[in-house]
Design a protein around this ligand. Structure first.
Ligand code: F0G
Length: 458
């Protein structure tokens, strides 16, 4: 018998989770205004809200925490982080921040001015938020293939070079300070960007005098896909691939809550000393002194260890095979999911799941609600709620894809949990025709509404 693939780690500590009844969930969700961000975690059996800050640290990461240096300035933990970032990403300078959006806030305080245009591949919502908050605009240059959920393309995160070139041509009078490349591309399905695309985007941006900033939250998963799918990289180590990826960038923003496998943390990496110095001023104002910036020494230590672990092939293989395991079960049952499977999550195509529900009724959020009621699984909407209103017209923006993301936390759930999730999704799919209407908004915030929105069932 061929030996199956099994996890390349074992457990040393466990946390109890509890199931609930359908009646309890009906009550809790109504009290939460049909917004799963308002649910207590104890009301959730399997939490797929996000893979951000929800990973399980390793024994070595916990050991590193004991060695943290909590000095205000010049701590050894800071120097360890500086050396790790230089080693993996090649950047001489960095600023620690408390999480990814804080890195965006600091860097964009220097780079983004009112009226600027910032092209990229489906900017993440906090990234877009920080740009629009400064009265600048984003342009999505993701390749068209990304919007066909069943089409196979190995690098659906790629930017379309023609679209990108056109942004520069069509905006001769606006400033285009940078191109942001998000790896992997979370919003369009955790899809990777190829090395070739990174290289070409970098050349194009630099030709037009724009910087290349990599939004790096899931950089290691991106490197895994390059190794598995791109010609010429099969025999390169993940670390070598990562080093090449970042050689095309001028700066990186990092949410360490993903591929650094810590619960909180972030940083900015800089190739240019002058940019680092300008950003330092904002870091001191918003985050903390340049050698800690919102992080404690022990957290910086765990982060460094996490970066080394996430760039090990064995870790990445275990991680991505688990996501594929769940995807295969759903595909076998005919559930419409985005293909190929991304790195950190399964994305269900809600428009195909519920074609009978009008787009004005928040199709993807309706599926989020049904999944929670069915099995106590908390997923997240990546659709009209997240796309928010146009900042100028205040009209709802209807994205091309209405997705439900089942984000898989790192090293947290077993494949039995994947079996349970698959059964729950399949059950809702089997009774999909009984669900004929969606939701209506009762109250929403002016920006990033999805976190606090209050909804009602129609
Ligand atoms: N960039 C990307 C691609 C992200 O996915 C996130 C966060 C951020 C930036 C912001 O980082 O949360 O540390 O401030 N994504 C989380 C998610 C929230 O659930 O996908 P942060």
């Amino acid at each position: 018998m061929e030996l199956p693939f099994a996890e390349l780690y074992k457990m040393k500590m466990v946390e109890t989770i509890r199931r609930s009844t359908r009646e309890e969930r009906e009550r809790w969700l109504k009290d939460a205004d049909y917004n799963v961000f308002n649910l207590r975690s104890s009301y959730v059996y399997i939490d797929l809200l996000t893979d951000s800050g929800t990973g399980a640290m390793s024994d070595r990461q916990w050991a590193e925490m004991m060695l943290g240096d909590e000095s205000y300035a010049g701590a050894s933990s800071y120097l360890k982080m500086k050396a790790t970032i230089k080693d993996l990403f090649g950047f001489n300078d960095f600023l620690p921040t408390h999480q990814g959006r804080a890195a965006e806030n600091v860097l964009f305080s220097v780079l983004v001015k009112q009226g600027d245009i910032i092209p990229g591949n489906s900017h993440f919502d906090t990234t877009k938020g920080h740009i629009e908050f400064r009265h600048a605009h984003t342009v999505d240059c993701t390749i068209d293939e990304a919007f066909d959920t069943t089409l196979y393309h190995p690098f659906k995160g790629n930017l379309d070079l023609e679209k990108l070139e056109n942004v520069f041509k069509e905006h001769p009078n606006e400033r285009i300070p940078m191109v942001i490349v998000t790896i992997t591309n979370n919003t369009s399905g955790g899809q990777p960007v190829s090395m070739q695309n990174l290289r070409e985007v970098s050349a194009l941006a630099h030709r037009h005098g724009a910087l290349v900033v990599i939004d790096s939250a899931r950089f290691a998963e991106n490197a895994y896909f390059i190794k598995m799918r791109e010609e010429g990289y099969a025999n390169k180590s993940i670390k070598e691939i990562v080093q090449e990826m970042f050689s095309y960038a001028d700066a990186m923003t990092m949410s360490s809550k993903k591929d650094a496998i810590v619960n909180m943390g972030g940083f900015i990496g800089f190739a240019d000393r002058a940019l680092y110095e300008k950003a330092s001023v904002y870091n001191i104002m918003f985050e903390g002194f340049v050698t800690y910036g919102g992080m404690s020494g022990r957290d910086m230590n765990a982060l460094c260890q996490g970066l080394y672990e996430s760039t090990e092939f064995d870790y990445l293989q275990t991680r991505i095979k688990q996501v594929e395991y769940l995807a295969d079960k759903l595909l076998t049952h005919g559930v419409p999911i985005l293909q190929p499977t991304g790195g950190h999550a399964i994305f269900i195509d809600a428009k195909k799941f519920f074609p009978q529900i009008p787009k004005e009724e928040y199709v993807a959020q309706t599926l989020v609600v049904e999944l929670y009621l069915e099995a106590g699984i908390r997923a997240v909407e990546v659709g009209t709620l997240l796309a928010d209103r146009d900042p100028d017209t205040r009209e709802n923006r209807y994205p091309r894809l209405e997705l439900v993301r089942l984000a898989i936390p790192r090293r947290v759930y077993t494949n039995s949990h994947m079996d349970y999730i698959a059964a729950a999704v399949c059950n809702v799919y089997d009774r999909r025709n009984e669900i004929v209407s969606g939701l209506v908004i009762r109250k929403e915030a002016p920006i990033m509404r999805h976190f606090t929105v209050e909804l009602e069932r129609l």
